[in-house]
Design a protein around this ligand. Structure first.
Ligand SMILES: NC(=O)c1ccc[n+]([C@@H]2O[C@H](COP(=O)([O-])OP(=O)(O)OC[C@H]3O[C@@H](n4cnc5c(N)ncnc54)[C@H](O)[C@@H]3O)[C@@H](O)[C@H]2O)c1
Length: 312
């Protein structure tokens, strides 16, 4: 059991957490929540896609690149747990630059695992991706289905899961992998692999342009609110039932088509050629996540989208 945890998996103590990629979209939300809970937060980031203005007061910054093991080792000193968000989440970029993205997503993750192991941190929570599923014959997607990554980024994220499991098995480092399904919310990316149609449509509507849809718009995604993702991370850090590289889905368990989102936002639509190398549909089965973490999604998509559209 990780340091400071009770039998029920509750962390009673103030802890010091390392958040890799803490200047990014999801990482910055995690930092905000951890700070609110009274923990000490150290961010490890190289600001490749992250932004300095997302570093909240009270955060300790360790600026370095996870591809350099010796440079990042000191960031792990005195750390209780690691939330590993840092990655280059760019599908098209990963197809064009398979080496650079492999360095950050796979070698970077390996370096983080080695540094965490050597610093004897209590647990590492890895940000995995639903893209590991690729196209499957049946929905909803369950972690026991064979992975079928359709692009380099998806493959990198999947290899990260295998590395986590290996570090738990070989070296006794406590790890858990959370496969997020299309995360949305304040500060979400407006470019990259996870630029959701929501962000694109909002940008297009603000500019008075039609909303562009690739293909017939019947493709579906399971959109998950960032606060639900952060809650899953904190539960995963504290649960007494995980720690051996378990792979758990973090998705809202709702399917929404791109056409449906365009209708909810409202406005003219322009249809473009379909995208390849991406799954047609995603939908999370979160039975195991509930069983092992006690996590269930709290925010329904219609409510989360409404909150986002009302935001200035
Ligand atoms: N956003 C989603 O829908 C989604 C879905 C599934 C999985 N994920 C995973 O969640 C994690 C966070 O995603 P996000 O959407 O917040 O992305 P993001 O791009 O906003 O954040 C990534 C952060 O990692 C940092 N980073 C990148 N390469 C680095 C390096 N070599 N060294 C140090 N820091 C580095 C960036 O500067 C940035 O702050 C990623 O691991 C991503 O693969 C995201």
């Amino acid at each position: 059991m990780a340091r400071g945890f009770t039998e029920e998996g509750v962390n009673k103590h103030m802890s010091t957490y390392l958040v890799t990629g803490g200047a990014g979209f999801i990482g910055s939300h995690a930092c905000q929540t951890l700070l609110k809970e009274g923990h000490h937060v150290r961010v490890l980031d190289n600001f490749s896609t992250g932004k300095r203005e997302r570093l909240f007061p009270g955060i300790e910054l360790f600026e370095a690149d996870i591809t350099n093991l010796e440079a990042i080792r000191p960031a792990f000193e005195g750390i209780d747990g690691v939330f590993h968000f840092a990655a280059l989440p760019r599908i098209v970029y990963s197809i064009e630059h398979p080496i650079e993205t492999m360095q950050a997503n796979v070698m970077g993750t390996l370096n983080v695992l080695v540094a965490a192991r050597d610093a004897k941190v209590s647990r590492l929570v890895y940000s995995a991706s639903s893209s590991a599923y690729g196209d499957q014959k049946v929905l909803p997607l369950r972690p026991d289905m064979p992975a079928h990554p359709l692009n380099p980024y998806a493959l990198h994220k999947y290899v990260g899961e295998l590395l986590c499991e290996e570090f738990s098995r070989l070296y006794g480092l406590s790890t858990v992998c959370l496969r997020y399904f299309n995360v949305y919310g304040p500060r979400m990316a407006d470019e990259g692999a996870y630029v959701t149609v929501i962000a694109i449509f909002r940008r297009q509507r603000a500019a008075g342009l039609p909303m562009t849809i690739h293909g017939d718009g019947g493709q579906t995604r399971d959109f998950t609110h960032v606060t639900d993702v952060v809650r899953a991370n904190i539960l995963a850090m504290n649960s007494g039932k995980v720690g051996n590289g378990e792979v758990l889905n973090v998705g809202a368990g709702e399917q929404h088509s791109v056409n449906e989102i365009a209708q909810l936002i409202g406005g003219p639509i322009a249809y473009l050629s379909p995208r390849v190398n991406e799954a047609r549909d995603t939908l999370a089965d979160t039975t195991l996540t509930k069983e092992l973490l006690g996590w269930e999604p709290n925010i329904k998509f219609v409510d989360g989208l409404k909150m986002l559209l009302e935001e200035k």
